[in-house]
Ligand binder design. Structure first.
Ligand code: RB5
Length: 156
């Protein structure tokens, strides 16, 4: 039996948010270029400077946009992806994951309904990062038993 999972979700109707800190500016630019080639609308939340800055400022700007429904999905890049994910996950509607390979990105969509993908520019090269983004954007949440588990994630 095939394990292919067909996407049952509508194609994204809102722009994909993206943000980085100084450590990942080059990677963000490479990802934006690839996303635009794929016809994906991107909303850039900064930074657009190589000056040293604080990743939580950008993670929270994107987290607020997810919480408000302004955007549905986001990509956050910093040196490791870790700081961005910790900060973004403080937002109630965010389920952020740090991925260094495509399988985790795909599974995080299928089983965990992840909506924010974090990648470390000091951990993976641009080619692998693009493969991770493609896996994240190409997979759909499977629902079913996973929906009940995802519903238990947020503290009440
Ligand atoms: C910046 O030096 C670095 O700490 C940041 O990009 C990130 O890796 C934090 O998690």
């Amino acid at each position: 039996m095939s394990d292919v999972v067909f996407c049952t979700e509508p194609i994204m109707t809102k722009p994909l948010a993206i943000a980085c800190d100084h450590a990942a500016l080059d990677l963000k630019r490479a990802l934006v270029s690839e996303l635009e080639k794929r016809g994906i609308a991107v909303r850039d939340f900064g930074t657009n400077s190589s000056d040293s800055c604080d990743y939580p400022d950008f993670a929270h700007a994107v987290g607020r946009a997810i919480d408000s429904g302004e955007v549905e999905r986001a990509i956050l890049v910093c040196g490791t992806g870790v700081g961005m994910s910790i900060a973004a996950n403080r937002h109630a509607a965010v389920r952020a994951v740090v991925c260094s390979e495509p399988l985790s990105a795909r599974m995080s969509r299928q089983h965990n309904d992840s909506n924010v993908l974090c990648i470390g520019a000091r951990i993976v090269g641009a080619g692998t990062a693009i493969d991770i983004v493609d896996a994240f954007l190409g997979a759909a949440f499977e629902g079913g038993r996973h929906a009940a588990r995802v519903a238990k994630i947020n503290l009440v």
